[in-house]
Ligand binder design. Sequence first.
Ligand code: ATP
Ligand code: MG
Length: 229
Amino acid sequence: ANDDNLPAVSIRHLNFAYNAGQPVLHDLSLDIPQGDFVGIVGHTGSGKSTLLSLLLRFYPAPHGSILMHGMPLDAIDNERFRAEVGLVPQDPFLLAASARENIDMGRGLTQAQIEAAARAAHAHDFIAALEQGYDTPLGEGGSRLSVGQKQLIAIARALAGAPRILLLDEATSHIDSQTEQIVQTALDELRGKVTVIAIAHRLSTIRDANRIIVLNHGRIAETGPHEQL
Ligand code: ATP
Ligand code: MG
């Protein structure tokens, strides 16, 4: 693309309030280079999910305050937006269907595409170990998986769409440390290929991030690599 040198995301003097309420984000400015792995942390209520919601266009940000690959967010057509931005929600919605169907999500992907996405998400090993592999039913809402495994499925599902930007809202509930390590590795390996913006509730998840942004009451309090925080 001819936008290869533009930041994946530019935030310019972003202010935001819900309805007529108190401002929630204050004059945020930030450039995220393509291929970076950026972590966002901050206390509860600091505005992390709000920022993610704006990046996802769940609420309209003021025109020109958010650009993706140089394009104002509100000028990107829906089809392109859906193709470029992948989301891993905090509490992924899983179908009462097989692992394969949960990654495919009706897109008609090939087994090779599904498996490549699962491998990139480091979900392949636990899926392959299920009694019917990719055909194993995951139960109502993915009931037979741990929270961490559901996030890995959600990462695979998002990566299967080959997004340029991956937004991740880390699960707040307990993830066993082994699965957490797997999520960490999967995100780290995407560096340079996919721009990853991850809201983290545990600093360890974003240990390998290029940059960590600390939000405090809707303002950027600090940015730096992990060692500096
Ligand atoms: P947490 O770590 O608890 O998820 P957060 O950093 O994601 O917190 P936000 O959910 O972005 O914080 O909330 C920031 C502020 O905006 C809070 O004061 C919250 O009460 C308010 N807020 C969040 N969502 C809404 C909404 N839909 N309508 C009105 N106010 C909201
Ligand atoms: Mg939140």
